[in-house]
Design a protein around this ligand. Sequence first.
Ligand SMILES: C[S@@+](CC[C@H](N)C(=O)[O-])C[C@H]1O[C@@H](n2cnc3c(N)ncnc32)[C@H](O)[C@@H]1O
Length: 300
Amino acid sequence: MIRDQHIPIMTNEILSFINKKKNLSILDCTFGGGGHSKKFLEKGHFVTAIDQDDNSLIFAKQLKKNFPNIIFYKNNFKNIDLLDFDTKKFNFILLDLGFSSNQLDDNDIGLSFKKNSELNMNYLGGDLNAYKIINYYDMEELKRVFYVYGEINQAEKLAKYIINQRSIKKINTNFEFIEVLRESGVNFRSKKIHFATQAFQALRIESNHELENLEIFLKKVHSFFEINAYLAIISFHSLEDRIVKNYFKDNKVKKNNTFQNNKDWGYEILTKKPLTPSKLEVIENNRSRSAKLRVGRFIN
Ligand SMILES: C[S@@+](CC[C@H](N)C(=O)[O-])C[C@H]1O[C@@H](n2cnc3c(N)ncnc32)[C@H](O)[C@@H]1O
């Protein structure tokens, strides 16, 4: 039996936006182990949940035994407009981005640089993975991945070194890749973090099309709101947070209550600065330390 190890993040902050409301229709686009969904169900709300992970389907079935008001769709949230929802409008939509602790612990996915595993990092089930990127991407593509997604200044030097090493022998595992990073001579800006963090982040973002999924979703989500609904997004790295921040800014309702860019909808931004977890939450759940929550109220 798979056990859900994932602790939901910033649940009090999320619930605070809807604490007096009843019987809401909520769309949880990143169900994971169902931590947030369970909190919504306990408050008597109705949950429509999405996740691409097979294990989430199992967790959703378990949750449904006690809370019948949940319906689960195994899919990518970028396909929100293709799903055959019972309800098409929601009062609250949540994205808790990235991967779950269960996925981090899964050696077949290999997201961790602390454990050895085959190079993969794909947790969303597409065709791409870290092995293909490292062993088959050309110089320019590798440079882009490490520069844009890893924010590694010496991305070109790293790409050249990888291409040289893989011509001698394919790079098969996480530990082999870490060895390549170590020997590359690249100066990773890593005083506080493990030196492989940025390169792993880059490969994970590329393998799962993380930023593209978010951007596609944000282009569609406005069609799914009830009046005065909320969009809440938790992100875990600056590249994601920048997309969310700009999305709210670009669609902010102006002071004279008009909308931007000929749209007939917009958001009141409820978090001028992103909310972050309390010190206590970070102590209790170290994984929450980099979380940033932004919330907007949908107006049309
Ligand atoms: C941080 S976890 C969410 C945990 C969840 N809120 C909980 O409390 O258990 C992120 C989840 O989102 C899923 N996910 C990430 N990107 C996705 C996407 N584009 N489409 C569908 N699911 C996605 C992952 O599979 C993972 O289960």
